[in-house]
Write a protein that binds this ligand. Structure first.
Ligand code: C2E
Ligand code: CA
Ligand code: CA
Ligand code: CA
Length: 275
């Protein structure tokens, strides 16, 4: 029994070792990526729920890894948040998004995901102000997407930060609504322009009445608080029609389009209507 125990222990430490090594590898790769500028921004269209015309897009970062190919943010954002590189990546994404926004028609809104770590960074406001000015972007075209987690720690500071951003004319969206643990009272305290219904609720609209109820309640809450509503992860016509009929303003998801390089998005905008 002792032997088995020891063997297990060895396997266990070996596994930890492998994980630690993989982690270090990602970290050093990420440093390299930041220095060598291996990131790319893709844009996923957001459409008017009634006309399906493109009204905006969400900026989604990808990592063009020299050997692994295109790496999705799910595989590196958390690491980057843990080791602090997220502020540099996030600043780069903001600058890239604004310089691409300049090539899009002026009525197209561009949203950018902001990590909780970035909200606390002293770089955030200067980076935004500079990126907007350098590209001559109307600040109302920029929307920042933040998640509920941001609101749970250092509430006063975050509130102040969001008001600074609002004073610049920038819009704020609450991302992944309903997936965090905070109470609804923050909806009164924080200056959101928009709520994004999380894709986990959208996914089950056709099959689960509780998901339908949550979607409907979110829409009614947003409306009564004077906020706009975007549903993300819309994959089927059923979901698109249901959300439109319940008063959802905008839709985003594979049913409309995946995230694309800028040229593809420009082309879709020229065609006016996607689906
Ligand atoms: P998110 O903000 O919730 O972004 C939406 C994610 O859902 C994107 O994944 C998008 O490609 C995916 N998606 C869009 N439509 C559909 C659909 O119809 N069905 C399904 N199943 N998925 C859909 P992506 O690009 O892999 O990004 C994952 C997450 O990484 C994002 O989730 C966001 O939290 C984070 N992220 C992406 N770019 C950035 C960034 O520049 N900065 C920060 N801090 N986080 C980012
Ligand atoms: Ca988002
Ligand atoms: Ca989201
Ligand atoms: Ca998410």
């Amino acid at each position: 029994a002792k032997k088995v125990g020891k063997a297990n222990w060895c396997m266990f430490t070996q596994e930890l070792d492998d994980r630690a090594r993989a982690r270090l590898q990602v970290e050093s790769d990420l440093h390299h990526a930041v220095n060598e500028n291996e990131f790319k921004v893709y844009f996923q269209p957001q459409v008017n729920a009634h006309t399906h015309e493109i009204v905006g897009c969400e900026t989604l970062v990808r990592w063009q890894h020299p050997t692994r190919g295109l790496v999705y943010p799910g595989e590196f954002i958390e690491h980057a948040e843990d080791n602090g590189l997220i502020t540099r990546i996030g600043d780069w994404v903001l600058r890239a998004a604004m310089s691409e926004a300049r090539k899009l028609p002026e009525h197209i809104r561009v949203s950018v995901n902001i990590s909780p770590v970035q909200i606390h960074s002293a770089n955030l406001i200067p980076t935004i102000v500079h990126a907007i000015a350098a590209n001559n972007i109307d600040p109302t075209r920029l929307e920042l997407e933040i998640t509920e987690n941001v609101l749970m720690s250092d509430t006063e500071f975050t509130l102040q930060r969001l008001h600074q951003l609002k004073d610049l004319g920038i819009r704020i969206a609450l991302d992944d609504f309903g997936t965090g643990y905070s109470s609804l009272s923050y909806l009164r305290r924080f200056p959101f322009d928009r709520i994004k219904i999380d894709k986990s609720f959208v996914r089950d609209i056709e099959t689960r009445s509780d998901s339908r109820s949550i979607a409907v309640a979110t829409l009614s809450l947003a409306k009564s608080l004077g906020m706009r509503c975007t549903a993300e992860g819309v994959e089927t016509r059923y979901q698109a029609d249901f959300l439109r009929d319940c008063g959802c303003d905008e839709l985003q998801g594979f049913f409309i389009s995946r995230a694309q390089p800028l040229e593809k998005l420009q082309h879709m905008i020229e065609l006016k209507k996607v689906k």
